[in-house]
Design a protein around this ligand. Sequence first.
Ligand SMILES: [Ca+2]
Ligand SMILES: [Ca+2]
Ligand SMILES: [Ca+2]
Length: 349
Amino acid sequence: MHIRTILSVLVGVLLSSNTSLAQHFTFTANTGVNATVIVPATVNPSIGLTVLEDGDEIGVFTQSGLCVGAAMWQGESTSITVWGDDSQTPQTDGCVVGDTLHYRFWDNTAQQEYECNVAMYRSGSGVWTNNGFYVLSALGVAQDSVIRLNLRALAAGLFNAESGNMRESAFLPNQSPFDTVQQELQDGASTWCRVELLPQDDTSAVSWQYSFLLYNNGRLATVTSFVELHEHAPTPGMYAIRLHVAGHLPVRTKHFHAISPLIPEVDFTNPANIRTGIYSNLDEVVNGVFALVPGNVNADHIINASDRAIVRNSTANVGYSFVDFDGNGIVNAVERVTTRNNLYRYSPL
Ligand SMILES: [Ca+2]
Ligand SMILES: [Ca+2]
Ligand SMILES: [Ca+2]
């Protein structure tokens, strides 16, 4: 990322961040030295799957359990001043250089403290220095160690605006050309798709990939529940998430996400979350709800003559295939017209 972009993102966060005084957590302020932790609203600090409510508090602690700063959470981006040790007082009343920052929540409704076991940073390391500046990407109390991607996406072509669902295809194979899930398909599966994680430090590398089912309600899941990452688990870190749906242009998240047990839902039906090009890789299927564009049968990033040739040569083919965009079991004029109409639409990598 360009340095100017980083600065403008940080300035944007700073300008919009809010600080409300904590009442439960107490600490020594105005010690003469401090650092700043930003908790962006998008972090959605959470205890298990329950996000903090207005009036809950976030406290920052040293390893030895000294509270060094805190703020009340009010559902918006929050700035926490983390105080350093006052050199004029004999006691340790703040952080010293090299202290790792720890976090606790105060659940105001339950009147209970929780110790956070997930703290990841978009900027900064979480090791205190005077005037340090840290932006969190994930913060919370993970109640199990399983990382679940909770993803939602729709596929134009399969989508039926009247029912609000995608077609439930009767033409799915019960064993995949590219998947290892071996259960019988449940009702409601629309098609196969593939999820990839691209590390922030090298987005040309696919560090993790796995295939899943896309259900007609737009949930992306194994036949049982979420997309779970504990098999073939990636290293926790910041990743862009890319989704390939058979016969459609792929989509990639616009932002990097912290892959941890606290990952929130990533909604691929909202263009604000997706990287788009000049010719959009999304189609609006109902008001404000977007779907992946059909016509890309060779699984690259553009719809062009190669795709048209495959569609033409597949005319009258029956059964499940990537070329049957509308999932009705036959390749015909619908697919030829779709591919022609979507010519040159592409997805930025
Ligand atoms: Ca002191
Ligand atoms: Ca293509
Ligand atoms: Ca068809």
